[in-house]
Design a protein around this ligand. Structure first.
Ligand code: GCB
Length: 612
């Protein structure tokens, strides 16, 4: 339905890339209506001429970069700008060069101008969008290319995630015009340009999208491909599938086809194979005739050959039962908030491997493509979740929300469909799935997701009562969160095994579908000790984990197919009942282990050795 692709920008013989990472000019619109930037048309002249601007790093959340408490909690429009000089070769349209501006993600609603001309707008954080800016920049060679990005982080009942703006009208208690943003999800609504902004080129006839699906039988691997070419109709396509060091294993031509690989090296999850995350590379070469010129476009896509199947009791990867021994993560760190940070990404993969995790869920929104690439390469299995979190009110299940939710699933699948690491889509986390409206809503979202991607199972994460959940009938795998002896029966560790067992049996008897414990855990403030274990101490967190683990082990060989700890690391939340954020991490926010990390590490390596 989106009609075009959003391939990750990669350099090739035909494509150049310019990253606009670094310092941008920035101005938050503190006017009462937050509309001064539009009234005064800040995009028409350099932003610094509109009034005071400050330096802002991109990518990063803007919230915690300065010392201004009002910027930390700011709601409304902020403006970013960067001026860049483009190489002459990009600017001569005689060369049939197409110049594209791509934003990896910006939270939440975004408008983009180039040299004062609006080129695109996009609703929703976490996912990429782009605009062809050739016509604008090629008109005036030599002048700088001025990129202005205005974004608004306001959440409404129809956004994903939803939120509400509450006006405080009692002037004996609040200043005039005072308002706050309320949300029903448990993480800080960081905002800004969170993923890289890049400029890249393609020829005017170009490879717009590639879709691959894989399977294997006996000693033959099959890679089915479909290539979307845009910009022209007279072209030819040549494809080859090669190993990392270049050895070609299959070739093909045309926009649709099948490549057969003899004795394929399959893509296996971490810990299931000595060489997990094995990738082939699909090189697509396009040749087109344009006005007497021969144009060539080349794009190379990493491909992992693997299959995914779900039975009533198992999750099969390449026909082998897969047990999710993993974590839930957040994109969250000191200073940069949700902004992409290479050091953090690589550190997190080292920690995942150290702890023996083979998987994670992208709670509660899609993560950066740069990180997803490493999941493909390291064999870390991903449950890819959309930003459907905090949907607790009936207003979140209307037609407008639904239409947007369907679009978000389309954008997410378009971005991640070729990733071998992604084995399941999650369409929401803890929605009010007992509401009547939730039945039609999730039936529609899940059916749509399956229609766009028939190759992967679909789930959502429930915390509803199993007798009243109206969305569970539509999923392939039941995902449940529970916090026994934490939010209920606080301090009573002895109830965990009993309650967890009951939970598993109830869900399984009702649905006869495999179950993942998609969250469990307890807060612990690193360095806080108490024995006997009391809540918030490291001892209590480890005690909770051990009780859960004993219960998992009873059902693990039956239909419980995974356990994902809440959470990999401590993370920031709104202020309220939390102590500088949620402390259920097994690592601190600075990625240092708590006692729980060692407990999980012992367990995960034991499970890994058992199954090998
Ligand atoms: C949940 C939510 C997660 C919270 C967690 C908690 O069920 O899915 O976003 O952070 O519980 O710690 O309360």
């Amino acid at each position: 339905a989106l009609g075009r692709g959003i391939l990750y920008p990669r350099e090739s013989a035909s494509r150049e890339l310019k990253e606009l990472t670094g310092i941008w000019s920035f101005r938050a619109d503190f006017s009462a209506q937050r509309d001064k930037g539009f009234v005064q048309r800040w995009h028409q002249r350099p932003l610094r001429q509109s009034g005071p601007v400050i330096d802002m790093p991109v990518p990063a959340s803007f919230n915690e970069i300065t010392q201004d408490p009002n910027l930390r909690k700011y709601i409304g429009w902020v403006w970013y700008e960067k001026e860049v000089l483009l190489p002459r070769s990009w600017l001569l349209n005689a060369l049939n060069t197409r110049v594209v501006l791509r934003v990896g993600s910006a939270h939440y609603y975004t408008i983009v101008w180039v040299n004062g001309v609006q080129v695109t707008q996009h609703e929703g954080g976490h996912l990429p969008f782009e605009a062809d800016i050739s016509k604008i920049v090629q008109g005036s060679p030599g002048t700088p290319c001025r990129i202005t990005i205005a974004l608004n982080n306001t959440l409404t009942p129809q956004t994903l995630p939803p939120g509400t703006i509450q006006f405080m009208r009692d002037e004996s208690k609040y200043p005039r015009g005072y308002f706050v943003q309320n949300t029903k999800f448990d993480f800080f609504n960081y905002a800004g340009i969170h993923q890289p902004v890049v400029l890249y080129t393609t020829p005017s006839v170009y490879i717009d999208d590639i879709t691959v699906t894989t399977s294997w039988a006996g000693n033959i691997g099959v890679v089915r491909y479909q290539v979307l070419v845009t910009g022209g109709t007279h072209y030819s396509l040549l494809l080859n599938l090669h190993e990392k060091e270049g050895k070609v294993v299959a070739t093909g031509d045309g926009p649709i086809g099948e490549l057969k690989v003899v004795d394929p090296k399959l893509w296996w999850p971490y810990l299931m194979d000595e060489n997990p995350g094995y990738l082939y590379y699909l090189e697509v070469k396009l040749s087109a005739q344009v006005g007497g010129n021969l144009l060539e476009d080349v794009y190379t896509l990493p491909v992992g050959i693997r299959t995914v199947h779900v039975t009533s009791r198992q999750f099969l990867i390449n026909g082998q039962p897969f047990y999710f021994q993993g974590v839930n993560k957040h994109e969250d760190a000191d200073i940069r908030g949700k902004g992409l940070d290479w050091s953090l990404i690589v550190k997190d993969f080292n920690l995942l491997q150290w702890v023996g995790a083979n998987s994670f869920r992208t709670s509660h929104y899609p993560y950066a493509e740069e990180l997803m690439d490493l999941c493909d390469a390291y064999g870390i299995v991903v449950i890819d979740e959309c930003p459907g979190v905090g949907m607790r009110d009936p207003e979140n299940f209307g037609n407008k929300s639904l239409a947007h939710h369907l679009l978000v699933m389309e954008e997410l699948i378009r971005r991640d469909k070729n990733r071998p690491s992604v084995v399941m889509w999650s369409v929401a986390n803890e929605p009010a799935s007992e509401l009547t409206a939730a039945a039609y809503y999730f039936k529609t979202v899940i059916a749509h997701t399956k229609a766009i991607d028939p190759t992967r199972p679909v789930t959502f994460v429930s915390n509803a009562n199993y007798t009243r959940d109206r969305a569970a009938p539509y999923v392939d795998v039941i995902c449940v969160n529970s916090y026994f002896s934490w939010y209920h029966d606080s301090g009573h560790l002895e109830v965990i095994q009993l309650q967890l067992n009951t939970q598993f049996e109830n869900w399984y008897e009702t649905y006869k579908k495999p179950i993942i414990q998609s969250e469990y855990g307890a807060d612990a403030i690193a360095g806080l000790h108490n024995d006997p274990p009391l809540m918030f101490s490291e001892e209590y967190q480890t005690a909770v984990l051990k009780e859960y683990h004993s219960a998992f082990d009873k059902k693990r060989k039956e239909y419980v197919i995974g356990e994902l700890i809440w959470n990999f690391a401590d993370f920031m939340t709104d202020q309220g009942s939390r102590v500088l954020g949620n402390k259920k991490g097994i690592f601190t926010r600075q990625r240092q282990p708590k006692a729980a990390a060692f407990v999980l590490r012992d367990r995960y390596w034991k499970l890994a050795n058992e199954s090998s």
